[in-house]
Design a protein around this ligand. Sequence first.
Ligand code: ADP
Length: 329
Amino acid sequence: MANKPEKFIDENGLRLDGRAVDEIRPMTIEIGVLSRADGSCYLEWGKNKILAAVYGPRELHPRRMQKPDEAIVRYRYNMAAFSVEDRARPGPSRRSIEISKVSRDAFAPIIMTKYYPSAVIDVFAEVLQADAGTRTAAINAASIALADAGIPMKGLISACAVGKVDGQLVLDLNKDEDNYGNADLPIAMTQDGEVSLLQMDGNLTKEEFKKALEMAKEGCRQILEMQKEALKKKFASHEEVVESLVEVEDVKLEEIQGEIEIIEEDIEACDFEDEDGIEVIVVKTEEPEPTEEISEDEFTEFTDNEDSEIEETEDSESEEEKVGEKYEQ
Ligand code: ADP
């Protein structure tokens, strides 16, 4: 491990890697890098290198783990053995189990799990190279991979950390700042500003905490722009369709699905806001099931049966009433 630097911020207010205190590290995003995953993303953030893959929605086995009214989301954060200076021990650790849990929860406000009862959505975040902020980097990559997989979401999740070094708050800690700093506050939030992950290591005063939260939110806002830009670039040929969707009036979520289905031949990705300001991202919608044609005879048979069922119900009800009357007497 490198020795503790004497100073983290120089006389010009710049950090050891040349950044200002409120500046995030450069980020590059590549979408759809894995052909076998339903959605994937490779993200570099400073020296962090993360690969995220999404599988599903698919039927969950064993069935006893299924939820009948919604899909479950599983998230696995893993550090490759070669991702850190000293070899990281392969397999789950206390740290990776905790990060997996809080990261999964970070996506709870946006993933529309109700659309996929009994299904599972699997998210894998593999840290190939670590340099502080890997949980937030993994969340940023997973968010894009989920969109790439076509998982209906109310928006994206963006994440970054704020810390404290030399008594000053700094956005997006690098390795030395993380190792030797006085605090580390990773947060994730929806694009409406709802915080869905907040952890804290170290000490901050109340005022510092408030300021740190504001700085982290600003960082997330910048990351959101990069995430959106990357998605738009990947699905650029569908821009016209995206624009036309902005015109849709009085959009309810159920109706949005309908709208997408109508134009599903032309659209792979869209990103638009409904009247309530909820940004909806739907990517690669599934082919709708062809509706079975019913012959006229079958239709009559069906409606006849339905009538007779109603009559039966009415009869049984009146029987119950009679029994009730008898009982009261
Ligand atoms: P995050 O990566 O989200 O900031 P931590 O604060 O726990 O999470 O870790 C900070 C950094 O410490 C990591 O990014 C990584 O560079 C390093 N690190 C974490 N776990 C290990 C480990 N088992 N071995 C070596 N270095 C590690």
